[in-house]
Design a protein around this ligand. Sequence first.
Ligand SMILES: O=C(O)CCC(=O)C(=O)O
Length: 247
Amino acid sequence: MKPTPEEIRAFDEQGYIVVEDLIGPEWVDEIRRDLEDLHERMADHLPSGVHVSSEHEVDPAIQRKMKQLMHAELVSPALDRLVRSDAVLEIVEAVIGPDISLYHCKLLMKAARDGTITPWHQDYSYWVTEDNRPLMLNCMLQIDDATIENGCLQMVPASHKKGLMPHEREGKVFGRFLPGYFQPREDAVPLPLRAGSAVFFGPLVIHGSDANRSEQDRRAVTIAYNVTGNNPAQCREVLRGRQRSGG
Ligand SMILES: O=C(O)CCC(=O)C(=O)O
């Protein structure tokens, strides 16, 4: 369903909107079936085109657990359908317009007991190039219920208005992060969400998530869309609207 003008205004103000029950339980179950035993299967054989980062890189005591899997549409037909579904693309179109390309589709595994912190960051710190603009949009869909205990996503509302901030990068910790790494922030809002619900957020909103210290997995998928032509070198596929222009 298309977002209302109030929801679009809330997106502009907060930098994100929550869409409850974006997909129904049957579709969620289909995704879960596609992902059964995924840690073991991917440890034994990584399909061509798929990249993984491992919890082992963050904590050497954690074996055979993926943190993230890039290009998840290649391991799950149900996720491939989600990437190009009207349910998602109608919302994407209302926010970024009709010319939509797929940037990437990434699984966030946050395994029970072993899922580690994702520090505070802005996605655009990974995506910025000389010739692109922060026009991308993420759809993060919950595959399992996300709770405070299992490390749900946390957002800093309106933080996109400050623009891109300098990030740090250090060998032993995961990815890029803002000063303070994952210190508690009073301005952060946790987003517990039911499986099948999603949050759509722009590339400049500060977000992160705590470790999963619970007995429940907190799997989610994040699908990043871009305006076609805004850094075509990194886009995988044009999904809607005009075709990719040369540069
Ligand atoms: O897994 C999470 O909770 C956050 C992941 C994330 O922020 C990202 O991939 O940019």
